[in-house]
Design a protein around this ligand. Structure first.
Ligand SMILES: [Zn+2]
Length: 378
């Protein structure tokens, strides 16, 4: 898919976009914004659209047709600077070299974003906005805009400016820019975890919430823009929580197979066979946990809740009786076993959300499940 030629209008966000356009046209858009909302809901697209509106010289902003809008649309506007978390570059011999390395990484990713505005960058890797990246932003903000009177700095996933186990140096360096922005500069932060931002950063930005959109719109988008089948789109949309990006990631990872994958995990754990557990773990790669493993684990959790309902005498609440019977095959599972199994799944889900190695996460999980099912059985 190549959406690079035109400015992307975030879908399902008409009311928000109208408010933003109105504020820009009236010249009362705050200089520092915090675009927040759930992961995958389209915060980066809203930020880029806002930047285009700020830059567009037409009366109706963004017009989408002027040179400025076209440049914004293909991420090529000289005065729209998009920054995002990236892996830490390999050791550099000096601070200046490190800054160069980070900028080179950013340019390489911008090329990919131009090809596909929704591409998942650095999936499965630890990323951050390091102090050298913030220095680059401050350097860019120290120069006057090249094309027009304004410059826009977008810092995506800004909460990653304080990566765990690191000093808040990057955030403090950024704070200096927020405290005294040049009069030409607009700063747009995005975050799905605004609580993780320094309070001093939060208090200096005007919040803009990007809300989840109706499932039907997500489904339509997957069919129209991504080429999903209606069935695949329905499945991913239902599990997306109204976040288009999440729906697309689910669809791309073949999440319609997630239920099957969840059942394979449970089947392997129930079989008591070390070989089947080994084979089941081998189906997962060493990377990309959130995209591949998380949907399977969510399905597994749903299935175990059915097992628990059944074991606790609430069998009427089981959603798919036939599938459950096939899996359990008449085995009596104590509620305590199933609760232990659910705990193990929660732990694996936490690991998947931190992007731990899926293969070893599954391997540990299957061992835990097997123990939960056997230890407390009569
Ligand atoms: Zn325009």
């Amino acid at each position: 898919m190549n959406a690079s030629a035109t400015l992307v209008r975030p879908i399902g966000q008409d009311a928000l976009l109208e408010r933003i356009a109105g504020a820009v046209e009236a010249g009362r858009l705050p200089q520092s914004l915090l675009v927040h909302g759930p992961e995958g809901v389209g915060k980066r697209a809203v930020a880029l659209w806002t930047a285009a509106a700020i830059q567009c010289p037409s009366e109706s902003k963004p017009c989408g047709t002027c040179q400025s809008c076209k440049l914004s649309g293909r991420l090529g506007h000289p005065d729209v600077h998009l920054h995002f978390p990236m892996p830490r570059p390999k050791r550099a011999s000096s601070r200046a070299k490190l800054r160069e390395a980070i900028e080179a990484q950013r340019q390489e990713r911008l090329v990919r974003l131009r090809e596909d505005a929704e591409v998942q960058l650095d999936e499965g890797e630890a990323t951050g906005l390091y102090v050298a990246a913030v220095e680059n932003i401050r350097h860019q903000a120290s120069r006057r805009p090249a094309m027009g009177p304004r410059a826009v700095f977008i810092v995506h996933d800004a909460d990653l400016m304080v990566p765990q186990s690191s000093s808040p140096e990057a955030a403090n360096a950024f704070l200096k820019l927020l405290e005294e922005p040049p009069e030409f500069a607009y700063i747009i932060l995005t975050s799905s975890r605004p609580d993780a931002l320094l309070p001093t950063i939060r208090s200096r930005t005007a919040p803009l919430r990007v809300a989840p959109i109706p499932e039907a719109l997500v489904r339509q988008h997957l069919v129209d823009a991504c080429g999903a089948t209606t069935e695949e789109a329905s499945y991913a949309a239902r599990r997306s929580g109204g976040a288009v990006g999440r729906a697309r990631a689910l669809w791309e990872s073949g999440a319609s197979n997630a239920a099957e994958a969840g059942d394979r995990l449970l089947g392997a754990a129930l079989s008591g066979s070390a070989r089947r557990r080994f084979v089941a773990a081998g189906e997962y790669s060493a990377r990309g946990a959130r995209a591949t493993l998380q949907p399977a684990l969510e399905e597994l959790r749903a299935r175990l809740r059915d097992v628990l309902a059944d074991a606790s005498g609430a069998g009427a609440e089981v959603s798919d009786r036939a599938a459950l019977d096939t899996l359990v095959q008449g085995r009596a599972l104590a509620p305590r076993s199933v609760i232990g199994a659910l705990d193990a799944v929660e732990e694996a889900l936490a690991g998947a959300s931190r992007n731990l190695n899926p293969q070893s996460t599954v391997s540990v999980l299957l061992g835990d499940l097997q123990r939960a099912f056997t230890e407390t059985s009569p």
